[in-house]
Design a protein around this ligand. Structure first.
Ligand code: PLP
Length: 383
C-alpha cells in the first residue's frame, strides 16, 4: 500500500503562485518522495581556477532517497500517476549501471510497489556492484537484456508489462530515464526553487547546465524556464553518441508533452503509463529539431561525448579532479563529469565569461564512480 500523499501541485483552480498554471484538465497527481529544495552552493574556487563566470551548483545529488539524483523529481509525477491509476507494479529500463533504475527501485520500495527493471548488459553477467547492487538491495526484479540494440529494451518493457497484466497485475511502464512529459514536470519545481535561491543571494543566472542522457531533465528545465518566464540558456551536454538532431527531436517531444499537460500547448496523447510503448519518432529533417529546441531556449552540446556513452575522456578526468580539488565536490564520470567538461569547454572557448552566472545542475550518479577508479585517476596526478 502506498505511504506517501498525493498532492495535486499544479492545481489549476488556484491562480497566482508559481507552478500554478491555469488551463483545462485534471490536477496532476504527485507522490512525495522527500523532494524539497536542494542546496544551491557557490563554487568560488572552481570559478577562480577557470577565470570565468560566477558558478553556482544546484545539489540534486543530495535528494534524500536511494542515494539521490535527478530522477527522483520525475518519479514523483510518474509514480503519483501510477498510484492514482491503481498500479501495483512498475516497469522501466536502463543500462545495468542505470541511476534511473536504482532510484525507481528505491522509490518503489518506499511506496510498496513491485519494481521490474529491464537492464541492458553487454555480456549478460554484469558485475554486482554500484547501482545494480543497490537495485537488488531495494528488492527490484531484474530482467537482463542484451546491450544492443537499445530498442530491444523498449520492446522488453512492453513484454514484461504485458506478462504482469496477463497475470492480473496493474502494471505501469515508463521508458529509460523516466523521460516523458509527465516526468519532466518535476523539473519545473527545481527551476522554481532555483529562482527563489538565486533571488535570495542576488544572482541572476545567464545559463543553466545539465548532463543530458534521455532528454527529460533538459526538457523539464525548459518547461520550468517557460512557466517562470526566464531567458537563460538551458544547456544540455550530451553524454552519449546519439545523433544530435534525433536527440533534439526527442527532447522537444518531451517538452511538448509537458506543455500539453500544463495547458501551454495542445494536449498530446499520453504515451507509456498504462498504455503500450509508443512507436519510435520519425527521423527529423537536418537542423529542424535543433532550431525548434533553440527557439524554446534549449542548446545541446554534442562535442563532449568522446567515444560514446560511458567513455571517460581527458576532459571528464580533468573535470572530476578540478572540481574535487577546488571545491571538495564529487562528480560522476558518466553524466555530471561530462556536463562539467562541457561547461569548462564553453568557458575556454569564450562563450561564457566573467559577466555570466552559471548554474550547474548536479544530477547525482555517484554510485557509478567507484567501479571506474582506474579510468578516473589515469593521468590526474593521483599521489
Ligand atoms: C546522474 C545522471 N545525470 C543526468 C542524467 C540525464 O538525465 P536525463 O536522462 O533526464 O537526460 C542521468 C540519466 O540517467 C543520470 O543518471
Amino acid at each position: 500500500m502506498a505511504t506517501g500523499q498525493a498532492d495535486p501541485v499544479f492545481d489549476r483552480g488556484s491562480a497566482g503562485a508559481r507552478g500554478t498554471v491555469p488551463g483545462p484538465g485534471a490536477p496532476l497527481p504527485r507522490i512525495r518522495l522527500g523532494v524539497g529544495p536542494t542546496p544551491l552552493q557557490e563554487a568560488p574556487r572552481l570559478a577562480a581556477a577557470l577565470g570565468g563566470p560566477r558558478l553556482l551548483v544546484k545539489r540534486d545529488d543530495l535528494l534524500p532517497l536511494g542515494m539521490g539524483g535527478n530522477k527522483l523529481r520525475k518519479l514523483e509525477y510518474l509514480l503519483g500517476h501510477a498510484l492514482a491509476g491503481g498500479a501495483d507494479a512498475v516497469v522501466t529500463a536502463g543500462a545495468h549501471t542505470s541511476n534511473h533504475a536504482r532510484l525507481t527501485a528505491a522509490a518503489c520500495a518506499r511506496l510498496g510497489l513491485e519494481a521490474h527493471l529491464v537492464l541492458r548488459a553487454p555480456d549478460g553477467r554484469p558485475p554486482l556492484q554500484g547501482n545494480l547492487l543497490l537495485d537488488h538491495l531495494f528488492g527490484a526484479r531484474v530482467h537482463l537484456a542484451p546491450a544492443e540494440p537499445a530498442s530491444a529494451a523498449v520492446a522488453a518493457i512492453g513484454a514484461v508489462a504485458d506478462d504482469l497484466r496477463a497475470a492480473g497485475r496493474c502494471a505501469y511502464a515508463f521508458p529509460v530515464g523516466g523521460s516523458v512529459g509527465r516526468g519532466a514536470l518535476g523539473y519545473v519545481h527545481a527551476v522554481e526553487e532555483l529562482l527563489t535561491q538565486c533571488a535570495e543571494r542576488g544572482a541572476q543566472p545567464t545559463a543553466v547546465f545539465t548532463a543530458t542522457g534521455s532528454g527529460g531533465t533538459h526538457a523539464g528545465l525548459l518547461l520550468g524556464r517557460r512557466v517562470c518566464a526566464q531567458g537563460w540558456r538551458a544547456v544540455g551536454v550530451l553524454v552519449g553518441g546519439d545523433e544530435p538532431d534525433a536527440f533534439a527531436a526527442e527532447t522537444l517531444a518531451i517538452l511538448r508533452a509537458g506543455e500539453g499537460l500544463l495547458g501551454f500547448g495542445p494536449a498530446q496523447p499520453e504515451a507509456w503509463g498504462f498504455a503500450p510503448p509508443p512507436p519510435p519518432l520519425p527521423t527529423p529533417a537536418a537542423g529542424e529539431a535543433r532550431a525548434a529546441l533553440a527557439a524554446a531556449g534549449g542548446e545541446l552540446l554534442a562535442g563532449y561525448v568522446g567515444a560514446g556513452y560511458g567513455d571517460i575522456t581527458p576532459g571528464v578526468r580533468e573535470a572530476l579532479a578540478l572540481t574535487a580539488r577546488t571545491e571538495g565536490l564529487v562528480l560522476d564520470p558518466v553524466y555530471t563529469g561530462k556536463a562539467m567538461a562541457g561547461l569548462i569547454g564553453e568557458i575556454r572557448a569564450g562563450r561564457l565569461g566573467p559577466r555570466d552566472t552559471v548554474v550547474f545542475l548536479h544530477t547525482g550518479g555517484l554510485p557509478g564512480l567507484f567501479s571506474r577508479a582506474a579510468d578516473v585517476l589515469q593521468g590526474a596526478g593521483a599521489g
